[in-house]
Write a protein that binds this ligand. Structure first.
Ligand code: PMP
Length: 322
């Protein structure tokens, strides 16, 4: 779907996957005016297909668009575009289990020019790819690197928007994590470098017995849809679920004194991933006994059962496509 200043959204079309032809002076290539989303379509037990909370992705896409000086795509158009692609690609939705059809809606400036200003022409596209189970051999805890050198986002910055530049800026820290033998980066706040924010592509939860806490939305972390869903699912299961503020010192101390029983990350791609060990320039510890925790696995099962249609959709989150 195209957007042009003065004309709005126009020319929606469903075309076979193919390379785009890009002008070397395309504004996105230079100034990175781009946003994206990620969501999944799951096969349901009766053979139909359903996406999980697409309106939440559509709304976050609008928030990202406002922050990046881009036009807002109406929620119903976002959902209609995803639905049309899933209908076309139905055969690619895996038959069962945790596998899904991953959808990647995105928008970028399609105008040509070298002046630094918001573009007047944009292109919104949705592509799809089958995604296997994230942990085909069983859930594996990840090791995380606390990034004290780099920051992902600052107050007033673009941290709460799903825009390419945030991910570009994170790559060097991800490489640093890998060089320390860690799977993922944990981002800290930009001022004191001690408040836990989120992971590279997932939000975090801290489990204190039957109370679970996720870092509050400070404006510099992404408001994950999985994070938001788990606040509700955890309460449905009888846990206390809340947003709070946690420092790296709290994490280390509460793990040592045994009050912090589990830590997990959550996001569309991996659903829920246990955190097994933590490293930084100054510290190195095993989270709990390093194995996936009970609460983590219970929440993971509950969320996946909901998404794959094996549990009742009490909150109207599933969007059936027939
Ligand atoms: N944080 C970041 C930086 C992400 O890229 C993602 C993935 N979209 C998340 C958190 C988790 O968000 P969601 O649950 O909506 O996938």
């Amino acid at each position: 779907i195209k957007w042009t200043e003065g004309r709005g959204w126009h020319d929606a079309e469903l075309v076979p996957y193919a390379p785009l032809s890009i002008d070397p002076a395309n504004m996105t290539l230079h100034y990175a005016q781009t946003i994206f989303e990620g969501l999944k379509a799951y096969r349901q037990p009766d053979g139909t297909v359903a996406t999980f909370r697409p309106e939440a992705n559509a709304e976050r896409f609008q928030t990202s668009a406002r922050r990046m000086a881009m036009p807002e795509l109406p929620v119903d158009l976002f959902i209609a575009a995803c639905d049309a692609l899933v209908a076309q690609d139905r055969a690619w939705v895996p038959d069962s289990g945790e596998a899904s059809l991953y959808l990647r809606p995105f928008m970028f400036a399609s105008e040509v020019g070298l002046g630094v200003r918001p573009a007047n022409e944009f292109l919104f596209i949705v592509i799809a790819s089958p995604a296997g189970a994230y942990f085909p051999g069983g859930v594996q805890p990840v090791s995380v690197w606390l990034s004290e050198e780099y920051v992902r986002a600052v107050k007033g910055g673009t941290g709460a928007a799903k825009t390419g530049g945030n991910y570009a800026a994170s790559l060097v820290a991800q490489a640093q994590a890998a060089s320390h033998g860690c799977d993922q980066v944990v981002w800290l706040d930009a001022v004191e470098h001690r408040w836990i924010e989120e992971m590279g592509g997932m939000n975090l939860y801290f489990v204190y017995g039957d109370r679970i806490v996720t870092p509050e939305l400070t404006g510099s972390l992404l408001p994950g849809i999985t994070r938001d869903s788990l606040l509700t699912i955890a309460r449905d299961l009888g846990y206390t679920a809340e947003e709070g503020r946690i420092t790296t010192e709290d994490w280390k101390r509460d793990n040592e004194n045994g009050t912090l029983t589990e830590v997990f990350a959550c996001g569309t791609a991996a659903v829920i991933t246990p955190v097994g060990s933590v490293k930084s320039e100054r510290a190195n510890w095993t989270q709990g006994d390093g194995a996936p925790g009970q609460v983590t696995m219970r929440l993971r099962k509950a969320l996946l059962e909901l998404q794959t249609g094996h549990a009742a959709d009490a909150h109207g989150w599933m969007h059936p496509l027939g």
